[in-house]
Design a protein around this ligand. Sequence first.
Ligand code: ADP
Length: 170
Amino acid sequence: MGIAIYPGSFDPVTLGHLDIIKRAAAQFDRVIVCVMINSHKQGLFRPEERVELIKRVVGRLDNVEVDASGELLSEYAKKKGASCVVKGLRAMSDFEEEFQMATINRKLNPKLDTVFLTACQDFTYLSSSIVKEMARYNVKLEGFVSPLIEEDVNKKMKEYLRTEGEKAKH
Ligand code: ADP
């Protein structure tokens, strides 16, 4: 079924993202998971760190690659020869924005379609923001992110809180 792009912030990658990656990999010949770099939105992890975490959790899915890009999605897809964008839908609240994005992307690149995969029931509540909120309050991240990256998320959050604390003192 050709090449698909799965774009997002992945700050950090969650079990909900991983579920979508695996399901997309079962449907498409190749899936490119792309960390979209948004200069207006500063994340917890740097884009290259997010790529590294995704690579680790994806492991040996041999038709999945991980990349980062600051380009417009429609341009990036054209460059990669992708015919499809994959998006996960958690609830109706995701739908409105995603519908708008899909329409714009098709307008910019008429060969680019968007396919929506509905979130697995266990992960409908899950987002990277929830993971960060949990890490901030030291809640165990089991069931939210892969055990392979749990320690990295906790460590990064501690560093972030420490630097925030330092800043507040000055
Ligand atoms: P978030 O910060 O909300 O996790 P991202 O920009 O990283 O969002 O999400 C990238 C894509 O993954 C979006 O299409 C989003 O709808 C989808 N997604 C995010 N979390 C989940 C989940 N728990 N289950 C299914 N899809 C998800």
